[in-house]
Design a protein around this ligand. Structure first.
Ligand SMILES: Nc1ncnc2c1ncn2[C@@H]1O[C@H](COP(=O)(O)OP(=O)(O)OP(=O)(O)O)[C@@H](O)[C@H]1O
Length: 251
């Protein structure tokens, strides 16, 4: 492979509260690429992203995570964020007493810069939300834009997105798509792109906006299939996931 490898997941086994959820996941994300994760409810998609981010509840019992050439299997969450991993949650919490502006400021890798915060908020159409408590009373679409605004401030090398389009109307999906593309440096020439993304999607709407190279189907804590994400989505739409579960070509 000519491109640099951003993330390598090797034989990953993960337990949550004593129950094994991931039973040996392998994947490789080259720098500059976006990969998509499909899979039925409860198959372990969120578990995978939370484990990559380093939430302590998700215990790696076997396997290895290599990020930018460094073994991060036992590196804690805050250090992973400093190394350049960022996440947008499926259902982010309300943070009472913390204004969105403060949250964005704390995410900024660059020095505090009021001008930059305002500029990013404008891009995410979140200017009117900066003085409100994080996610308090935000609609589904506003929450997703707030998450992406924080990621834009952080500027991570690897972006983990858990259902970025859920609860977002069709008009706002275009905006969400353009924010994701900005995060993933879509305007840069391919060879210069250093960032990568892993995106969980159920509907696949985001594929209309984001240039995703590879898709995975995760079933019962294992990757059953890898391929072109648009083809996979078509098959899933027609046949559902049962075919993936029973597929004799399982990898
Ligand atoms: N604390 C826990 N104790 C036991 N099981 C758990 C715990 N947390 C998660 N699980 C289980 O792990 C499995 C995987 O959950 P996960 O949220 O990763 O699935 P998912 O593929 O993201 O699902 P969805 O598409 O519904 O968001 C589920 O069966 C869930 O109930």
């Amino acid at each position: 492979m000519d491109s640099e490898i951003l993330l390598e997941v090797k034989d990953l086994h993960v337990e949550v509260d004593g129950r094994e959820i991931l039973h040996g996941v392998d994947l490789v994300l080259p720098a500059g690429e976006t990969h998509v994760i499909f899979g039925p409810n409860g198959s372990g998609k969120t578990t995978l992203l939370m484990t990559l981010m380093g939430f302590p509840r998700y215990k790696i019992t076997k396997g290895q995570l290599i990020f930018n050439g460094k073994d991060i299997t036992h590196v804690p969450l805050d250090e992973r964020a400093r190394l350049g991993i960022g996440i947008s949650f499926q259902r982010p919490p309300v943070v009472r007493g913390v204004k969105l502006r403060e949250m964005v400021r704390s995410s900024l890798r660059a020095k505090d810069d009021k001008g930059l915060i305002n500029e990013l908020a404008k891009k995410a159409n979140m200017t009117d939300f900066l003085e409100r408590d994080v996610n308090h009373g935000f609609s589904g679409g506003e929450i997703k834009r707030s998450e992406l605004l924080q990621l834009l401030a952080q500027g991570p090398d690897m972006v983990l997105l858990d259902e970025p389009e859920s609860g977002v109307d069709l008009e706002n999906i275009a905006l969400i798509g353009s924010l994701i593309n900005e995060l993933l440096e879509k305007k840069h020439p391919i060879r210069e792109r250093k960032r990568g993304g892993l995106v969980i999607t159920h509907t696949g709407h985001i594929l209309d906006y984001v240039n995703a190279r590879t898709g995975y189907v995760l079933c019962h804590g294992r990757i059953n299939c890898t391929g072109d994400p648009r083809d996979m989505l078509e098959t899933i739409k027609h046949n559902g996931y049962q075919e993936c579960v029973e597929c004799p070509r399982k990898i």
